[in-house]
Write a protein that binds this ligand. Structure first.
Ligand code: AMP
Ligand code: GLY
Length: 446
């Protein structure tokens, strides 16, 4: 085993809420040396790390690599799917440093849904029945011949927007036209996956993977729709909590045995050494757990409650995962529940006004009793020329509360989120409602 160098210099790639939660946890490690971050990261991340002044564009990789060497970076942690799908992990790997995040051929599980389906079919992993098409006429004939509710997916990366869940034949044909003919999602829609519509509870099961072995993290549940009671358009995620009681021990054992292990084995057999996070978006159907999608990175906003609960040293955990030594890492969770409520800008997930002054973070973090904690993770924030904190996106802050159980964690996160002030701020007060039921009063306010 090679222990992480102490001090261990880390470059964290990514600019959003997930990366603030990672940076916050990395900073708690006694092994951490210098934490470097992207200069355009949100204000929360920039407050925890030093801005890396090397270029990040795909064309200028050479300069980034020399910068890594010059600054003796031991570990690179790649948060988002974009750089992984461009092969950043392949390019930055070197004998003298480790990269947390899969190579391009592993990231394909996320950026090519048709490939993911093929891997699942070959490995006998339970998923919705479906087929992939590159030919519009063939896809149309398939849709016309099916009289069950269908889901039409652009195969490529679309920032969570390329999936249309259809209730009838008319919706399915219109979705097919928009994706394949009008190319609403560009080249991502050159191939479509058409599958049966599943019903059940959704949850996110994330596992650390070091090439061969896996450590399954506690299950989370995300809330994708913008409105309370799961209404309105889909978003990047309005809140999540962990652990979810919907995932029984039996279900988790089944997901590990039938989904995670066979998928990693299948990749391994194809010569793909996957090192990073394998995220299985699962549906608990009456016929057992089935995969909706794979992601090849930490989830956002699942990472916020996961990091709030993680015990153990994140530098050591990521270092060992990236080096194929995951069995030597101690990964353990606080028994309390964490609930993350995302405070958004008015108009999200559509166009939003940026540059609104934000107040109330300290007041939010002061909420809670002696065995409780609130951490406010930044997502879309920046500082204005005078250094004041302002909004810079749709999802602004992830207010994350740690408390004895889900009812209390939800109440505390809501109380803390209500202390955040900026014009047009809103959040869902029902994160966890699929277990707890609906809340009672209104949440939208100015
Ligand atoms: P995906 O990006 O593939 O996870 O799809 C985004 C969302 O679409 C999921 O979180 C589900 O809510 C929904 N979805 C995807 N596939 C299916 C399916 N086969 N049946 C029902 N809903 C689905
Ligand atoms: N929470 C959904 C995602 O990270 O893709």
């Amino acid at each position: 085993m090679t222990n992480a160098p102490s001090p261990c210099n880390v470059l964290l790639i990514g600019t959003g809420g997930r990366e603030h939660a990672l940076a916050w946890k990395l900073r708690q490690s006694p092994l951490l040396g210098q934490l470097w971050v992207q200069p355009d990261a949100n204000a929360g991340i920039r407050a925890l790390g030093r801005p890396c002044d090397a270029p990040f564009t795909a064309r200028e990789r050479f300069f980034l690599k020399s910068w890594l060497d010059k600054n003796e970076i031991h570990l690179v942690v790649i948060g988002p799917e974009g750089p992984l799908s461009e092969g950043l992990a392949d390019e930055l790997a070197a004998p003298h440093r480790r990269v947390f995040g899969p190579t391009k051929d592993g990231a394909r599980l996320e950026f090519d849904k048709s490939f993911a389906k093929q891997v699942m079919r070959q490995a006998n992993v339970p998923t919705a029945d479906g087929r992939s098409f590159t030919n519009y006429e063939a896809a149309r004939a398939y849709v016309d011949a099916r009289d069950i509710p269908l889901v039409i997916k652009a195969s490529g990366l679309c920032a969570g927007k390329g999936v249309v869940v259809c209730s009838n034949h008319r919706e399915a044909s219109s979705a097919l036209d928009r994706i394949m003919k009008s190319r609403e999602f560009g080249e991502a829609g050159a191939t479509v996956v058409i599958e049966e519509r599943l019903v059940g509870q959704e949850m996110s099961v994330l596992a650390l993977v070091d090439g061969r072995s896996i450590t399954v993290l506690d299950p989370c549940q995300d809330h994708k729709q913008v409105g309370e009671g799961d209404t309105g358009p889909n978003t990047g995620g309005m809140g999540s909590y962990c652990p979810t009681p919907l995932a029984t021990e039996t279900a988790m054992a089944e997901i590990t045995r039938e989904v995670l292990v066979p998928t990693v084995d299948a990749l391994h057999r194809d010569g793909i050494s996957f090192r990073g996070v394998l995220y299985a978006g699962m549906m608990l159907t009456p016929g057992g757990p089935k995969v909706l999608e794979f992601n090849t990175r930490f989830g956002d906003p699942e990472t916020q409650p996961l990091m709030a609960r993680l015990r153990g040293d994140l530098v050591d955990i990521l270092w060992k995962t990236a080096g194929g030594e995951l069995d030597q890492a101690e990964v353990d969770f606080d028994p309390r529940c964490a609930c993350c409520v995302v405070v958004c800008s008015e108009g999200y997930p559509g166009t939003v006004r940026k540059g609104q002054p934000i107040e109330g973070i300290e007041a939010a973090e002061a909420c809670g009793g002696p065995d409780e904690q609130v951490v406010v993770f930044h997502a879309g924030t920046t500082t204005d020329p005078e250094g004041k904190l302002v909004t810079a996106g749709g999802r602004v802050l992830g207010v994350t509360a740690l408390a004895a159980d889900l009812p209390r964690a939800q109440a505390l996160a809501n109380e803390a989120a209500a202390r955040i002030r900026f014009p047009g701020a809103f959040f869902r007060r029902d994160i966890g409602h699929r277990v707890l039921g609906a809340p009672t009063a209104a949440s939208h306010r100015d």
